[in-house]
Ligand binder design. Sequence first.
Ligand SMILES: [Fe+2]
Ligand SMILES: [Fe+2]
Length: 167
Amino acid sequence: MARPASAQSSDNSTFFPMLRYTNCLLYETGVKMALLTWSDKFSVGIPSVDDQHIVLFESLNDLHAAMMKGNAQSLTKTLLRNLVAYTRDHFKSEEAMMSAAHYPGFLAHRTKHIELTRQVEDYAARFERGEIMLSVHLLNFLRDWLTTHIQVEDHQYAPWMKEHGGR
Ligand SMILES: [Fe+2]
Ligand SMILES: [Fe+2]
């Protein structure tokens, strides 16, 4: 996956402690299939935010790779839980940044985060209860909500953040 220079030098496992564990599991299996590939079109121009988005991409790719390989439910459950946890952490971090910079679109953006979190948590809960299986359809849905949110709402705050101290 092509990464911006900022991503290469940062240690996302500090921000997302489970990342190192997750990646170890997948490297052990030797499977790393990309559902999502990072490119400049996703960049909001704020390195710390791009780094977190890349972690979310990787988290979704890990889940996709595990599903394609037919890994045990226990692993896919862990990966889905990680994705939910990363999503919550990222949204919290983004909201703190927007609030500190007095971003005018903060409340609308936070409402979108609440909706997205509810959707992904609902899928995760249904998966945990055995009501749904992981499928290409579900993974595509997760990919689409993530990329659409980044390219629409997250890109909207970028100019304000750059002017008001987002890094
Ligand atoms: Fe974001
Ligand atoms: Fe966002």
